[in-house]
Ligand binder design. Structure first.
Ligand SMILES: NC(=O)c1ccc[n+]([C@@H]2O[C@H](COP(=O)([O-])OP(=O)(O)OC[C@H]3O[C@@H](n4cnc5c(N)ncnc54)[C@H](OP(=O)(O)O)[C@@H]3O)[C@@H](O)[C@H]2O)c1
Length: 297
């Protein structure tokens, strides 16, 4: 099976390459000059917003699956860099869908809880989306681009992704560990609720989706719904760091540029019932993460 992993230098892309099951050959696609995990894939440097390039590559390469993780993921910057966000998230996904239709490939698309407004979570797969920020709107439009494309596809929605990779942008857990490790006080919101997702486990679950030829929409994330402040406290506990450095504050006080869904979260029962996918409880996932963190030092 030939599988494209778009965004292969991102957090999730690298984890997908680290966890390739036997029998799969990966082509990694991203914007940078070379693949970070060059020994795990063939690499093609490609901007997915170039429709003809994506189509030509697909027609030549004929991938069985395209796992599409590439995206503009900077939620706050999306409010001001709207064209760049739309190009990457919507036009990029339209082009992936178009190329997949031409090459008869299936698509696994990655989306987010930010398509919901956070008024009344946690959300099931068929709950009505109502994004409140530009990033969420672009990701909802990307899901719709696949639906209207008539390409066989599965959409995996996740939230609060964290993990350790080479050469990465900081995610919440790594940022917090750096701050607490240097004894710096941090203010963490206590009114943004949701599940957390260890990228290693998510990547394994996504390969299960491919192997099981999943179709439709699946919510895949850890089973516990907690707020960010509680998550920060669990991280401090697990890593023996000083919890007193963590103070709660409200989203209103933090005043981030993009609005956040507050009472969010993803109901993950469908993935468990249909596909046997069950991610670890938060503390168990943190234990797995800590082993990698300790091994790195
Ligand atoms: N991280 C989270 O908490 C979270 C939560 C829910 C859903 N998601 C979704 O999960 C997916 C993966 O997230 P992630 O955290 O792994 O993202 P990431 O680390 O930001 O990686 C995304 C990769 O895609 C690349 N990319 C952007 N535009 C591209 C284009 N036009 N053509 C080719 N490559 C392009 C990026 O390159 P540059 O870095 O150079 O732009 C980056 O290497 C995304 O679809 C995201 O929306 C993430």
């Amino acid at each position: 099976m030939r599988v494209w992993v778009t965004g292969c230098n991102g957090l999730l892309g690298q984890k997908l390459l680290e966890t390739i099951p036997g029998g799969f050959h990966c082509v990694g696609i991203d914007l940078q000059e070379r693949a970070i995990l060059a020994d795990r894939c063939e690499y093609v440097r490609l901007d997915l917003s170039d429709r003809n390039e994506v189509k030509d590559l697909a027609l030549g390469d004929k991938p069985d699956w395209i796992i599409h993780t590439a995206a503009f993921t900077r939620v706050d910057a999306a409010e001001t860099e709207r064209d760049a966000c739309w190009q990457a998230n919507v036009i990029g996904t339209e082009n992936v869908a178009y190329a997949a239709r031409k090459a008869h490939s299936r698509v696994l698309h990655v989306s987010t809880d930010y398509i919901f407004d956070g008024a009344d979570g946690p959300y099931k797969e068929d709950d009505k989306p109502n994004p409140i920020g530009f990033y969420g709107r672009s990701k909802l439009a990307s899901e719709n681009a696949l639906i209207i494309s008539e390409v066989e596809h599965v959409v995996v929605r996740l939230m609060v992704l964290y993990g350790l990779t080479m050469d990465q942008k900081p995610n919440f857990v790594i940022w917090l560990l750096d701050q607490l490790g240097e004894n710096k006080p941090v203010n963490i919101v206590n009114d943004q609720y949701g599940n957390t997702t260890l990228a290693d486990e998510l990547a394994e679950a996504m390969w299960t989706c491919v192997e099981r030829q999943a179709r439709g929409v699946y919510h895949i994330a850890g089973p516990d719904i907690i707020n960010r402040y509680q998550f920060a406290q669990m991280i401090a506990d697990r890593f023996d760091l000083d919890k007193n450095l963590i103070s709660p504050l409200s989203t209103k006080e933090l005043a981030q540029p993009a609005p956040r869904p507050l009472k969010s979260g993803l109901v993950v029962d469908k993935a468990r019932n249909d596909l046997g996918i069950q991610l670890s409880a938060t503390d168990n996932a943190l234990m797995r993460f800590k082993k990698q963190w300790d091994a790195r030092k």
